[in-house]
Design a protein around this ligand. Structure first.
Ligand code: PGA
Length: 247
């Protein structure tokens, strides 16, 4: 049985002080018996939010990392640094990173492998554009993203990963995929994982849906057989995040 995982992706929002205030308000409102709860906060807020949620079952995640251990990579943060702070998760390959920071499938694979090597859980994001959906190539496109993301990842490591299926046209648009659309692609993600590893391994990997998840649509989306929770952007910055977890 896969345990649900709800991750908030705060993106580039809140100062460290605001982040602590919000984390404090969320920590008493979410029921961590219902799901694994992860707050993916801006790098400057990692330390204070880790402190704010210490002693709870809430985990903290980063929104990005570099795939090298150290070196001349100005502005970057390594997996080792994140782990040393107590960070447990890292989002890799978010569509905004792919679009605005030229991240490639190959880079996503390198980051996922490094995250795993250091003991971080990568939340690997995949998803199609509206144009791709309209062309009818969603499944092919997402299957390819998953295949490349999991290259050279062992099955022992694969079961630790989380995949977030996020149709780009649904991110921040208020336009959610229907639960059938989301389920279709999440099932395809699981199928390709089954082809790479085995059906048993694929059955253990958690697949989230993301894209305009809110307090109203979460419970239907998360009740679908292949959707194991969500990656939540806008609504993760509101008290509504607790409704999404507690649904
Ligand atoms: P959204 O963002 O919930 O605001 O659509 C989701 C995401 O980008 O992870």
């Amino acid at each position: 049985m896969r345990r649900k995982i709800i991750a908030g992706n705060w993106k580039m929002n809140l100062t460290p002080r605001e982040a602590v205030d919000f984390a404090n308000s969320i920590k008493s409102a979410v029921d961590t018996d219902k799901a694994d709860v992860v707050l993916c906060v801006p790098a400057v807020s990692l330390a204070p939010v880790l402190e704010a949620v210490s002693g709870t079952n809430i985990s903290v995640g980063a929104q990005n990392m570099h795939f090298e251990d150290s070196g001349a990579f100005t502005g970057e943060i390594s997996a080792k640094m994140l782990v040393s702070m107590g960070v447990r998760y890292v989002i890799v390959g978010h569509s905004e990173r792919r679009e605005y920071f030229a991240e490639t499938d190959e880079g996503v694979n390198k980051k996922a492998r490094k995250a795993l090597a250091e003991g971080l859980v990568p939340i690997i994001c995949v998803g199609e554009t509206l144009h791709q959906r309209e062309q009818g190539i969603t499944i092919d496109f997402v299957r390819r993203q998953v295949r490349i993301a999991f290259l050279e990842i062992s099955q022992e490591d694969a079961v630790k990963c989380v995949v977030a299926y996020e149709p780009i046209w649904a991110i921040g648009t208020g336009k959610t995929a229907t639960s059938e659309q989301a389920e279709e692609v999440c099932a395809a993600v699981r199928q390709v994982l089954g082809e790479i590893y085995s059906v048993e391994v694929a059955a253990k990997i958690r697949v989230q849906y993301g894209g305009s998840v809110n307090g109203k649509n979460a419970s239907e989306l998360f009740s679908m057989p292949n959707i194991d929770g969500g990656l939540v952007g806008g609504a993760s910055l509101k008290p509504e995040f607790a409704d999404i977890v507690n649904h």
